[in-house]
Design a protein around this ligand. Structure first.
Ligand code: HEM
Length: 83
């Protein structure tokens, strides 16, 4: 995928390297608006994914995605951002 230049974050429920400390509502908000719990805004491919698709989903569908992610095994692995 040559168009994917960013490093994608760890979105498994690991509390330290993933999103295990996020509330379900934090995940729903990220998927709907691109805003992180720290009030950052996602960029790049993730922003496009939201703008072109995820923001049109219902609350129920966004919650289902958040539930699915929370049900996955936690993987502890730091993702070092590119500079
Ligand atoms: C339903 C599908 C998706 C879910 C649930 C999801 C979830 C997430 C979450 C929770 C984050 C924020 C993680 C954090 O800040 O710690 C994130 C960021 C990101 N996602 Fe996704 N994502 C999805 C689809 C995609 C797709 C299809 C792509 C690529 C084509 C993508 C690329 C990225 C990138 C590059 C970031 C980092 C953005 C930045 O650093 O600003 N995501 N995603």
């Amino acid at each position: 995928m040559p168009w994917l230049r960013e490093r994608v974050p760890n979105i498994t429920p690991d509390p330290n390297t993933g999103i295990g400390k996020w509330e379900k509502g934090d995940v729903v908000e990220l998927l709907r608006s691109g805003t992180t719990p720290e009030q950052g805004k996602v960029k790049g491919a993730m922003r496009e994914t939201i703008e072109d698709g995820l923001k049109y989903l219902s609350d129920g569908d966004l919650e289902a995605i958040a539930d699915y992610l929370a049900a996955q095994p936690a993987i502890a692995r730091e993702v070092v951002p590119k500079r």
